[in-house]
Design a protein around this ligand. Structure first.
Ligand SMILES: Nc1ncnc2c1ncn2[C@@H]1O[C@H](COP(=O)(O)OP(=O)(O)OP(=O)(O)O)[C@@H](O)[C@H]1O
Ligand SMILES: CC(C)(CO)[C@@H](O)C(=O)[O-]
Ligand code: BAL
Length: 277
């Protein structure tokens, strides 16, 4: 049985009665296989999985897709029931921000300024603010996030470390379509032709990551992206696994963001640099 609740009072009652650790999966709804993988990972750890569904206005900039973001609550609840989720918390905007937009918000620091942060100013401050609130409101023991949003995951880990939030953060590898496209709620905006163009992102990352030399990684990925006329690349970046400088050898990350028609997509993969890795 999955309880669907909308208020803080109901949330307090639900978590007080939790029979196990509170394992939280935070989402903006329009649930797909990627979200379901997070729920399954959470279920392995706890009998009490709580999913939040909230399209957080604070993390959307002017001209972004806050209004048109897909809202599919009934189908989302079906997915949560099928995954054995104990509680779905789907608050209204007023429930989350009873006094309007908060005056005190998170500062995402220097890691919040690069890549996604450079393209979406204020996005990570808004994201961290709601994640911190949801960690507290749900009394989470552990929370699960996808590597698809790798910079988000990295920043959440950093916030938990820097602010001693005392909650576990678990990362889950990106779930892909059989042809490689990373699952995303925004994929449903794509026409058939755009979806074909969008495949260049995962192909560029996959073929780039097959190399162990940074120049070859970037040259391979760049060529594939340049050869696809249906996309406009926002960034392609090779970083350390912590999003810092590229190491001479060892784990690194290759990240991309691009517009396909009117849709902005992101993706990333791990890379092993240096011979013998
Ligand atoms: N393909 C995926 N594989 C693994 N985790 C995912 C995937 N897609 C989303 N997630 C994770 O699900 C959680 C909720 O993400 P969100 O609701 O924004 O979905 P989304 O599909 O990333 O949406 P969008 O792409 O439109 O931002 C995040 O932790 C996110 O990283
Ligand atoms: C973590 C999150 C639910 C916060 O709004 C959102 O950024 C997302 O869906 O990845
Ligand atoms: N998936 C990250 C949330 C966002 O794009 O706003």
């Amino acid at each position: 049985m999955t309880d669907v609740i909308h208020t803080r009072a109901e949330l307090v009652a639900a978590t007080a009665a939790a029979p196990d650790q509170v394992a939280v999966v935070m989402t903006m709804g329009a649930l797909h296989e990627g979200h379901r993988q997070l729920m399954r990972a959470a279920r392995e750890r706890s009998a009490f999985v709580l999913v939040t569904i909230f399209v957080n206005p604070l993390q959307f900039g002017p001209g972004e897709d806050f209004e048109k973001y897909p809202r599919t609550l009934e189908a989302d609840l079906e997915a949560c029931r099928a995954e054995g989720v104990a509680v779905v918390f789907a608050p209204s905007r007023a429930e989350m921000y009873p006094d309007g937009p908060p005056q005190i918000t998170m500062n995402a620091g220097p890691l919040g300024e690069i890549l996604e942060g450079a393209s979406r100013p204020g996005h990570f401050a808004g994201m961290l603010t709601v994640v911190e609130k949801l960690l507290r409101l749900t009394r989470a023991d552990v929370s699960y996030f996808g590597e698809k949003d790798y910079q988000q995951l990295t920043l959440i880990r950093r916030m938990v470390f820097d602010l001693e939030l005392g909650v576990g953060i678990a990362g889950v590898p990106t779930v892909r379509e059989p042809d490689g496209l990373a699952r995303s709620s925004r994929n449903r905006y794509l026409s058939a032709a755009e979806r074909t163009s969008a495949l260049a992102l995962s192909r560029a990352l996959r073929e780039g990551a097959a190399h162990d030399d940074p120049d070859a990684v970037l040259a391979t990925a760049t060529k594939i992206l340049e050869d696809e006329p249906g996309i406009r690349v926002d960034y392609l970046a090779l970083t350390g696994a912590d999003l810092g400088p590229v190491p001479a050898s060892g784990p690194a990350r290759l990240l991309v963001a691009a517009r396909v028609g009117g849709t902005r997509l992101i993706d990333n993969v791990p890379v092993r640099l240096g011979k013998g890795h």
